[in-house]
Design a protein around this ligand. Structure first.
Ligand code: 9GP
Length: 830
């Protein structure tokens, strides 16, 4: 008996209990059973890991019936499904979310207590699946959470990397990467289905032949293949009984691949072959926003989309389904260009395997895809060399050429004589080498193309794809990103959640705009006091985490100033660092009396791509500054810099709720959206930020007075770039900036070594592609306004409350609603 499915808007406290697990006794029985049978240990002899695994399985068992039920109902209803194609899912820990979604927290807590165990300890045992780099992968995880909660059929398709994003450690302040062995202690959340494996082909050549009707057809004769093994994960909706599926593919060698070698007696070579095949899903590429055009990465991309399309067509549709109507059953969302090879793959399936002619296949394909672009950095838009693509996927390259011919024909027809335009719009780039512009291919094939914040979508139209948006203006749209309030408020910030629910009821968890009802309470001193108390509690919790995890002491009573995101020059961690160095320099040189310094702790969290030297040098410099500043007695403990290693979702869930100030300081026009910015605002931090990405919308919504804006806007950046930007002139003209940079150059942070940080400093002085020096003074001025507001506790808390109350727009539920209405045209199931 599944019991009645509850509507998500019900407050948790009044929810009826249902099912056998919904009693403490039932829960304990199941837990002990799992411990005994799956782990093979008695409670008295079990390790924390045994206990965690048994608990995870207990919760999973509870969700299991709902999952099967969801699958059955969805299949029977034959409704349209969202096929979210993403190379990354940055899931974060699963247990807490599963407990929340199934309303088992209290029962688990009590049940474990009866066993003499502590839920928090068991939760902390989980190693998060870090199958993503940053914002793009985390967004995918938020989106699938929202779709499940909104009762919308969705299958998330991706790759089960054996090693996710590397574990960052610091050695003498420098980043050292360690492999992320997230599977080592067991992976209770996944269901492998080797029986449902899919074969994926690579290499070889194509041949033409005539079919029975005399039509010319093409045949791909690949020369190697691998198996894709699906691993299913549950994606539970919040208190609604729906459990969607995330299907991640793992690569294995096929028999065909290694048997001939093995039979020939070369055992070692056969094993090497196996390793070669399994390499495909071995490791997540750690580049964020700037992909490396590596062969293995293209293999990964094709591997997972080929598996996913095959899986959907063969396993999710009825045997006799007419693929001419494929768009009635699936919309494939391309998360950035990584899965775009799915476009020629679907064409290939329809033409070469299902006998469609070109026009039929194209008509279906163009209805089945939509494309989201997540970047503006030109170097982040993937272009695959035709040499590589043709070697790995010869049939796909032929199809891409044919698609391009058709595109160019359309362009020439629409703009006769404009050969330059045709060349600009060609999917095939000629320089610096012949390559396939995956963003153009996606744009041409998709029903809709969207950016991820209003400004970004505008710039996408105007600067990245201007010819396409001129030719097909209706194809372009914007959906501003969002984040799931379940994980990032309800779960991460229990005290604030309690206060909100006590004040306006629990409906906000699935209807985040209701946070607006908090607005009047910004003027209620009692409410403000409780709000501030929740923030203090979060700070104490963070202090405990950082002490245990990193040996970092977080001082009491400081403004907690947080910059957490990937280390990238465009995000400008160097600008934040210059501000810190400048404050420090002013105190030690006597320009600023130490008692006039606002007590402040600056926390950085950032991983750098292992091959990104400037980013790694910046990390090194931050760590050196942190060590020097935090230890200097002249600051009397009023300024501290902390850089906990290995920032990840788990740490974010502790850091973000504790923050007072959110640093969103990218050069305007560079950050597509940002999603950290939303999480901070929703947790009552005030933002200091540029007019970039979703900051623009955050500021509009929370109000100018409650957001610290600084720096050039995008047109000003463009103008300065066009005029010729000379960073050194800012250094020469601004004594405060000069003093800060000179202090770095003096060797003060590097034990007297005056050249250790030359690369960072001279890059700023001579090139500064992201114009940190140009925005320095404006940033420092805005920080002064921050300090002024912070000194007035009531005014600060009032602004913080208003940030929460006015940020309901940034729920990923709202993003999903917009995708559904404007892009996917799918329906929630009743
Ligand atoms: O850099 C963007 C970030 O601004 C955005 O919030 C995120 C989700 O849309 O995507 C990031 N883009 C990438 O990681 C690569 O395009």
């Amino acid at each position: 008996d599944l019991g009645p499915a509850r509507t998500p808007t019900h407050p948790v406290a009044t929810a009826p209990v249902n099912g056998p697990l919904f009693s403490v006794d039932g829960f304990v029985k199941e837990f002990i059973h799992e411990l005994n049978t799956a782990q093979g240990v008695a409670l008295a002899r079990s390790s924390v890991n045994d206990q965690y695994l048994a608990l995870a399985r207990t919760v999973k068992n509870y969700l299991m019936a709902r999952w099967l039920d969801t699958n059955r109902k969805t299949r029977e209803a034959k409704v349209k499904t969202v096929g979210y194609l993403s190379a990354e899912y940055l899931l974060g820990r699963q247990l807490g979310n599963a407990l929340l979604a199934s309303d088992l927290n209290e029962i688990a807590d009590k049940g474990l207590e009866l066993c003499g165990l502590d839920l928090v300890t068991l939760r902390n045992q989980e190693v998060e699946p870090g199958l993503g780099n940053g914002g793009l992968g985390r967004l995918a995880a938020c989106f699938i959470d929202s779709l499940a909660t909104m009762n919308v059929p969705c299958i998330g398709y991706g790759i089960r990397y054996e090693y996710g994003i590397f574990r960052q450690t610091f050695v003498d302040g420098r980043q050292v990467e360690q492999p992320d062995t997230w599977l080592a202690l067991g992976s209770p959340w996944e269901f492998p289905h080797p029986d449902a494996s899919v074969q994926v082909n690579f290499g070889g050549h194509t041949e033409k032949y005539r079919d029975a009707d005399g039509k010319e057809r093409t045949h791909w004769l690949p020369d190697w293949n691998v198996l894709g093994v699906p691993y299913n994960y549950m994606v539970p909706g919040y208190l609604n009984g729906r459990v969607n599926t995330l299907r991640l593919w793992s690569a294995q060698a096929t028999k065909a691949f290694d048997l001939p070698t093995f039979n020939a007696g070369d055992y070692a070579q056969a094993v090497r072959a196996q390793t070669f095949a399994e390499n495909i899903s071995k490791v997540l590429y750690p580049e964020d926003s700037t992909p490396q055009g590596k062969e293995l990465r293209l293999q990964q991309q094709y591997f997972f989309v080929a598996c996913s399309l095959r899986d959907f067509i063969d396993n999710e549709l009825e045997d006799d389904f007419d693929l001419h109507h494929l768009d009635e059953r699936i919309i494939l969302q391309l998360n950035d260009t990584h899965p775009v090879i799915a476009v020629p793959e679907l064409m290939r399936i329809l033409m070469d395997e299902k006998g469609f002619d070109w026009d039929e296949a194209w008509a279906v394909t163009t209805k089945c895809f939509a494309y989201t672009c997540h970047t503006l950095l030109p170097e982040a838009l993937e272009v695959w060399p035709t040499e590589l693509l043709g070697r790995l996927l010869p049939r796909h390259l032929e199809i891409i050429y044919a698609i391009n011919e058709q595109l160019l024909e359309e362009v020439r027809e629409a703009y006769p004589g404009d050969e330059l335009r045709a060349r600009r719009m060609s999917i095939i780039a000629e320089f610096p080498e012949r390559g396939v512009r995956m963003a153009y291919l996606a744009t041409y094939a998709a029903t809709k193309v969207n950016g991820v914040a209003a400004l970004h979508s505008q710039l996408l139209r105007d600067k990245v794809l201007p010819d396409f948006s001129e030719m097909w203006p209706d194809r372009f749209t914007n959906v501003t990103n969002g984040v799931t309030p379940r994980r990032f408020v309800k779960m991460a910030n229990p005290k604030l959640s309690e206060l909100i629910s006590d004040t306006i009821g629990g409906g906000w968890v699935t209807d985040l705009e209701r946070l607006r009802e908090l607005e009047p309470f910004a003027d209620d001193p009692d409410f403000r006091a409780q709000f501030a108390a929740a923030k203090d509690w979060n700070k104490r919790r963070l202090a405990e985490v950082l002490r245990k995890r990193d040996g970092i002491d977080l001082p009491d009573g400081h403004l907690l100033d947080v910059m957490v995101k990937r280390l990238h020059e465009y995000k400008r961690q160097s600008l934040k660092l210059l501000h810190v160095v400048s404050l420090y320099e002013q105190v030690i040189s006597g320009k600023l009396p130490v008692d006039q310094l606002t007590p402040r702790t600056v926390v950085f969290g950032a991983k750098a791509a292992p091959g990104y030297k400037m980013a790694k040098d910046t990390i090194h410099l931050i760590n050196r500054v942190a060590a020097t500043v935090s230890a200097d007695p002249r600051l009397e403990g009023r300024l501290k810099v902390a850089f906990p290693a290995n920032y990840n979702v788990t740490l974010a869930e502790k850091l973000i709720p504790a923050a007072d100030l959110s640093e969103q300081i990218s050069l305007a026009g560079m950050e597509a959206s940002g999603t950290g910015n939303m999480k901070f605002a929703l947790n009552g931090a005030l933002t200091i930020g540029t007019d970039d990405g979703a900051n623009v919308e955050i500021r509009e919504l929370v109000g100018d007075k409650h957001f610290f804006l600084f720096g050039m806007n995008e047109p000003q950046v463009a103008e300065l770039g066009a005029k010729g930007y000379n960073p050194e002139s800012y250094y020469e003209d601004n004594p405060q900036l000069k003093a800060a940079l000179d202090l770095v150059l003096s060797g003060h942070f590097s034990g007297g070594d005056q050249h250790l940080f030359d690369a960072v400093v001279y890059n700023l002085l001579n090139s500064d592609r992201f114009m940190a020096l140009a925005d320095f003074q404006s940033y420092v001025d805005a920080q002064a306004r921050v300090e002024e507001r912070y000194a007035d506790t009531d005014a600060w808390t009032r602004s913080a409350v208003l940030n929460v109350a006015r940020s309901g727009f940034f729920s990923s539920d709202r993003s999903m609603r917009e995708y559904i209405q404007r892009i996917w045209h799918t329906q929630p199931m009743m």
